[in-house]
Design a binder for this molecule. Sequence first.
Ligand code: CAA
Ligand code: FAD
Length: 377
Amino acid sequence: MDFNFTPDQLALKKMTQEFVAKEITPYALEMDHNNEMRPGLLEKLFEAGILDITVPEEYGGPGVDALSIAFVYEELGKGCAGVATSAAANALASYPVLLMGTHEQKELFYSYITNGKLGAFALTEPAAGSDAGAVATTAVKDGDDYILNGTKCFITNGGTADVFVIFANTRKSAGIRGLTAFIVEKKTPGFSAGKKEDKMGIRASNTCELILDNVRIPAANRLGREGEGFKIAMKTLDAARPFVGAVSVGLCQAAFDAAVKYSKERQQFGKPIASFQLVQAMIADMAMQLEAARLLVYKACWMKDQNVEYTKESAIAKCFAADAAMNITTNAVQVLGGYGYSKHYPVEKYMRDAKIMQIYEGTNQIQRLVIANNILY
Ligand code: CAA
Ligand code: FAD
């Protein structure tokens, strides 16, 4: 592995750091309280070049590598994991198109993303969460069109995106082998966003149900062949899971910094709590987990950039970094004591935000299955 970061990668990291410090961190608690992104922030994220980060150069994007993208999500995660989630869901929606899209499909999808519109990736359904192959939404061929019917749930950007990648079953009896991916534009009649979730954390991000009621789309919007949807979803998740790791690393860093600062300032028994060895042990454990999580995320991205097989490393990075985020944010609350439990300090938000990292893009139990399967079979 060569972690000699290029000047371009470092410049992108610095630019994002400055953007986050000015436009996100000061408003993170407000967005958490209001349960939505601050008005105007989406436009600023787009102008800063953050929302179209995964778009190739030939389609009007920056065409950067995975490590650069991880830098961006790490910095966003430091400021607000909700905002980071919304931006990363854009990347998640882009990958099926990047992997399987024809030139025309890429032009269609990226015309939204390069104009500041959001994308969303809709796989999950009420009865198809971890068991993603159990998707019940149907897509029935009708002449040159498909007609989609069903309900998706927990879709990030579901209520705010303009373009979607939707997974539906074109041959119910075939199960996993019937899954097919489609590009669906929000403006299509019969397509609507349903209930918005009221969540524990990442509240700046929009999470919604999607309803497909006789949604007629051209067959030209089908990504790949009928029945290729499950593999497209899995390859997409391979590409995107390290970015959940990157957001987690950002959360880890923010919680760690807050704990270190507070431990030096807070006096008990006539001295800073940082002088107590049991507090030092918490700080040391946080430092170890943060360092390891960051290296695993960079390694998975580096492997992706080398075009080598990285399914296992992607799952390891996501799982380890998400667990690290949960541990570090919980310990940050502990270091701040009662003040950590109060909304006066940001660490309670970090802890609430961290929990989802262990759940979405495949729970950490599912990551462990993926890791074991890749070792044993
Ligand atoms: N790449 C390519 N192909 C793959 C693959 C991969 N990474 N993983 C599996 N496949 C293939 C297998 O080779 C197999 O192919 P064959 O039938 O030709 O042999 C086929 O897919 C089925 O594989 P499995 O038997 O392993 O499938 P399974 O039903 O046991 O499920 C699973 C495997 C890992 C549990 C999978 O269902 C899974 O990842 N579940 C979690 C779902 C998930 O992550 N959802 C995230 C939604 S998005 C989200 O959450 C976004 C957000 O928050 C912002
Ligand atoms: P279940 O699958 O019902 O799991 C419940 C519990 O059982 C978990 O602990 C799980 O680990 C465990 N479990 C299940 N199966 C096994 C097994 N085989 N072995 C061991 N343990 C198992 N989905 C999208 O498609 N797009 C999105 O943009 C999106 N964004 C999301 C945003 C948020 C805020 C949330 C909460 C979810 C989002 N999801 C999205 C859905 C997310 O990916 C699923 O919630 C997740 O995959 C788990 O599915 P489930 O909630 O149905 O839990």
